[in-house]
Write a protein that binds this ligand. Structure first.
Ligand SMILES: [Zn+2]
Length: 634
């Protein structure tokens, strides 16, 4: 019969009588107890489980643990249960409850319970005495230090902050035979001796004789000469047999490595997988801050893990592992490095033959661009052929190079290696190959070898190689070395001995202006390419060199921009045989940015450079004026 309904919270603090021990038990509230399994009302044993222990602390309940390390009840629980294995306890307790008429109902209930992964046997929790490092005392300093460190990725700061904010005291003792001993000696009454001179003496012994001294000497021998303690009236002492948590060892590496060996503290960088926010980053921060007052690192970079092509964890049983050594044998170390650098390593990344194949394509692309540039520097004399003045187009590509360098340096500083690569590959593919070299080929191949214009292009290429080989050196060191070996500007024994310094010409160039101009140039070029493509699809022209192009704009600023570059230069930039600039847009078609008309150019094709020129300008042997003079002077 229902007598009364009330909330469980109202029971808090009520004491109940134990059915067969003369003991009172309080009713407490716990967040970990839920209604969806069982009654929502559970027995709590602070000495036998995490949740129970923690809620026990809140209610000042002692971690009572009447089960020994072998799993048998101690004398403490009385003659009925003492010396019984804990599993037999259930039946005995049920019997005792029946006898004292306190048992209402027995039923079996299936729930999850921790088991040893190896023996598959159920585990029992026991509260045991341990050594702890107090976090509370330095928590505020730790939280401040976290702010002073630069975290890559930036969410690392939040993760670390939350971990330290909520971290309980650190249990630093382990019951193992092998490891760094906890250097504590106990009196006869088992009270630990916490005295500075005792610790100083033990530290001195460790320095002199190594950590084995803890095992080699007796407790008495580990104490200073003539040491006595009133709590050990018979001079009997006991050594601690627990060892340090291994995270205490690794967390103190900063003290051993930086302070003792290199005399630098803190370190510039800690780099590890993102599981180490809980591990090494964490323990190092605590120990470094506890001892030196600040974090042992200035920067922390964390990375994800490598998964297979489908995003599954790699394992021997799934047979989905890829041996990096085999990949290196097949593709070369630089391609594997290029893949790593091009990945967003701050998250988990996938690898498969197919993905490596894509990195190999990227590699081939980079390699081919350098091969082309080095080939065109073969007659460039580093002492004589540098020029100081550049054309408009040269200045544009140099400004783009400058931008690419700035992006790369910035990305390197942020450990964003994929941004370095994207920036370099975009520069090489879109701007250099897709535009500048397209225009420059005619100059490189057909202008007089020693002409100013050709030397200008070569000087530009020189600066590109000189800058990019250094920016690529950390990512593809072997290839960078190979490029450097074939580079006329090689000054050191190895590219890796070079120090990066921005080339002088880039420091004085008005890059901002040329980048803006380049944007305009791209828009104009895009309109002209569209107009040429239309003619090509009508089969009126084949190559763009068949075309004469007239350009203009209704926009006065745009017209001014067009007119600031001469027609001959436009002809080269647009790779057509003739360019007319007009102020009148009447007979022109309006495109996105400018007005264009493409006509078939009725000229004669030069045998050497394939540019078309007026009939009146053609020399004997069907050569244009430029080619005629180049050949004549050779
Ligand atoms: Zn020609």
């Amino acid at each position: 019969m229902l007598k009364k309904e009330f909330k469980g919270a109202e029971l808090e603090g009520i004491t109940t009588k134990h059915p067969f021990y003369d003991r009172l038990s309080p009713i407490i509230l716990g967040e970990h107890v839920t209604e969806d399994s069982g009654t929502g009302c559970v027995h709590t044993a602070p000495g036998h489980g995490d949740d129970d222990f923690n809620v026990g602390i809140l209610y000042h309940l002692p971690p009572y643990c009447p089960v020994d390390e072998k799993g048998y009840y101690t004398e403490d629980v009385g003659p009925d249960l003492a010396h019984h294995f804990y599993e037999e306890g259930n039946a005995i307790v049920i019997e005792k409850l029946k006898q004292c008429h306190a048992l209402l109902k027995v039923s079996q209930f299936v729930h999850s319970y921790p088991h040893d992964w190896r023996t598959k046997k159920p585990l029992i929790y026991r509260a045991t005495p341990q050594w702890f490092a107090s976090i509370d005392k330095i928590r505020d300093v730790l939280l401040d230090e976290i702010k002073n460190v630069k975290w890559y990725p930036s969410w690392g700061e939040v993760r670390m902050h939350n971990m330290i904010k909520d971290r309980m005291d650190w249990c630093i003792s382990r019951q193992r035979n092998w490891g760094v001993p906890i250097p504590v000696i106990y009196n006869e009454d088992h009270s630990p001796i916490i005295e500075k001179e005792v610790f100083d003496h033990i530290v001195k012994l460790f320095y002199e004789k190594g950590p084995n001294v803890w095992h080699d000497l007796s407790a008495k021998e580990l104490l200073p000469d003539n040491y006595h303690n009133p709590l050990s009236p018979n001079d009997g002492f006991i050594k601690e047999t627990d060892i340090m948590d291994v995270w205490f060892d690794s967390g103190s590496s900063s003290l051993a490595v930086f302070e003792k060996a290199y005399h630098t503290y803190p370190a510039d960088l800690y780099l590890e997988g993102f599981d180490q926010y809980r591990g090494w980053f964490n323990s190092s921060l605590i120990i470094g801050t506890a001892i030196n007052g600040h974090a042992p690192y200035k920067n922390v970079v964390s990375h994800g893990f490598i998964l297979d092509g489908e995003g599954r964890k790699m394992s021997k049983s799934l047979k989905n592992t890829l041996d990096p050594n085999l990949l290196i044998q097949k593709y070369g170390a630089d391609i594997l490095r290029l893949w790593v650098a091009s990945s967003n390593y701050q998250e988990d990344i996938r690898i498969s033959e197919n993905i490596i194949q894509q990195a190999a394509e990227m590699y081939k692309n980079i390699r081919n661009k350098f091969k082309f540039m080095l080939g065109n520097l073969s007659d460039f004399n580093d002492n004589q052929n540098h020029v100081k003045t550049f054309t408009f187009l040269d200045s544009c590509i140099l400004a783009l190079l400058n931008k690419c360098i700035d992006q790369c340096m910035d990305a390197y500083r942020q450990y964003q290696f994929n941004t370095v690569l994207t920036s370099i590959v975009n520069f090489l593919t879109i701007h250099l190959s897709g535009f500048y070299l397209d225009v420059a080929k005619d100059i490189l191949y057909c202008d007089a070898k020693d002409s100013l214009r050709r030397r200008q292009v070569q000087t530009v290429i020189y600066h590109i190689v000189e800058s990019l080989v250094l920016l690529l050196a950390p990512i593809i060191p072997h290839t960078a070395e190979e490029i450097y070996d074939h580079f006329v500007g090689k000054k050191k024994e190895s590219v890796h001995l070079e120090k990066y310094k921005k080339v002088a010409v880039l420091q004085t160039l008005d890059c901002e202006k040329y980048l803006k101009d380049y944007e305009q140039l791209l828009m104009i070029r895009s309109d002209v390419l569209k107009a040429l493509e239309e003619k090509r699809s009508l089969k009126e022209i084949g190559s763009s060199l068949d075309a004469a192009v007239t350009i203009s704009s209704n926009n006065p600023e745009m017209l001014q921009f067009i007119k600031a570059i001469d027609e001959k230069t436009w002809q080269q930039i647009l790779i057509v045989s003739k360019v007319n600039i007009t102020e009148n847009t009447q007979n022109l078609d309006q495109y996105t940015t400018i007005s264009v008309r493409v006509a078939v150019y009725d000229g004669v094709k030069c045998e050497r450079c394939w540019n078309k020129v007026d009939r009146s300008e053609i020399h004997e042997g069907n050569l244009c004026d430029r080619c005629y003079h180049v050949l004549k002077d050779e």
